[in-house]
Design a protein around this ligand. Structure first.
Ligand code: PLP
Length: 360
């Protein structure tokens, strides 16, 4: 049973039940997907905001493919094209950082993949607007990475594919950080390890009408229909990891769901970005303000030596893993759902003290 009594059971399928309640705002409905595993060990809560009841019906009808898989998001770089297109189909990729670039490179093996926008020249510090995309007419899908973990760019508005083109998103590093209108996507995938549970568990949300047309070479373990037909129990699932995800979903629901999570995440990110922007350029965040990530905050200082000293001091205070990814350097604070506001406040306090000591 849902923890939140406001949620009304409205539809039950073997793989998940869909519960929704009217939002107090007129015309806006809240939807939560709760996936009931046979053992009741795993439960996925995924909320969507929809603006019209009609859309709510569409979501309810089409989204029956909530899968708990293995192999991380990297495996999904292959599974997505293998399941959703033929080898000669065109597929468009928006390359906004390391992860979408990896998805594109893997996609090239299984379809006619094309980059429709590439942020590399600007060191992946921005995102395209709709008009910047040179979309391929008839492309089977348009792939985006909703949040580039290493570069700290996050889509606030998603691109709109043309015609029948399907929208696919890698949401590994911002899954369950905020409400998402699931009805916009044909496929969402996410490695669990940022916001929902142990690495290895991988969530896939696929439109059920897309199941069953995998390429003939698709390994059985990558075929969404096989997993959907077997209720994610085709082979031995990573039970312990899925159990932990269930506990995290319970905790999310008990603490106000995704809307409240988003509020907390906005507050935390603002603290950090304000500290960076108010530092008189002692700290600098290279990312366009409009698309800065709520989850991953990269910043730099005047020299690599100063950055190394800062990272060492932070580690001395128990704040670890602040070194930017080896491909970009600098500093990166990952402030996922589990990071409390107090953790960000502690980092900001160190930044201020460090700056005061290093400016005359
Ligand atoms: N996509 C994004 C956005 C990521 O942050 C990561 C890294 O964790 C991956 C894909 C790869 O995920 P995994 O390590 O689960 O294969």
């Amino acid at each position: 049973a849902p923890r939140n009594p406001a949620h009304q059971a409205s539809h039950v399928s073997p793989s998940f039940s869909l519960r929704y309640t009217q939002n107090p705002n007129p015309g806006l409905s809240r939807v939560a997907f709760v996936c009931n595993r046979p053992s009741d060990a795993a439960r996925i809560c995924f909320e969507a905001s929809t603006s019209r009841p009609l859309q709510l019906e569409r979501v309810r009808h089409e989204l029956d493919g909530v899968l708990f898989l293995q192999g991380g998001a990297t495996t999904q770089f292959s599974s997505a094209p293998l399941n959703l297109c033929n080898s000669n189909d065109s597929a468009d990729y928006v390359v906004t950082g390391s992860w979408s670039d990896k998805a594109f490179k893997e996609g090239q093996k299984y379809c006619n993949a094309k980059v429709v926008w590439n942020g590399k020249a600007a060191k992946y510090t921005g995102l395209p607007s709709q008009g910047d995309l040179s979309l391929t007419p008839g492309a089977k899908f348009l792939h985006i990475c909703a949040n580039e973990t290493i570069h700290g760019v996050e889509f606030k508005d998603y691109p709109t594919p043309q015609g029948e083109t399907l929208l696919i998103a890698d949401m590994s590093s911002n899954f369950c950080s905020k409400p998402v209108d699931v009805s916009k996507f044909s496929l969402i995938y996410a490695g669990a390890q940022k916001n929902i549970g142990p690495s290895g568990v991988t969530i896939v949300i696929v439109r059920k009408d897309l199941l069953g047309s995998a390429q003939p070479i698709t390994p059985v373990m990558l075929d969404y229909k096989i997993h959907a037909d077997n209720n994610s129990l085709f082979n031995t699932p990573p039970c312990f990891g899925i159990y932990i995800c269930g506990l995290v979903f319970d905790d999310l629901l008990a603490n106000g769901g995704l809307e409240a999570a988003e509020k907390r995440n906005i507050e935390k990110a603002k603290l950090l970005y304000d500290a960076i922007d108010g530092s008189n350029a002692f700290f600098k965040c290279p990312v366009d303000k409009a698309v800065r990530s709520l989850m991953n905050v990269p910043f730099t200082m005047a020299t690599p030596e100063l950055e190394a000293e800062f990272i060492k001091e932070a580690a001395g205070q128990g704040m670890v893993q602040l070194k930017g990814h080896r491909s970009v350097g600098g500093i990166r604070a990952s402030i996922y759902n589990a990071m409390p506001k107090a953790g960000v406040e502690k980092l900001v306090a160190l930044m201020k003290a460090f700056q005061a000591r290093h400016t005359s």
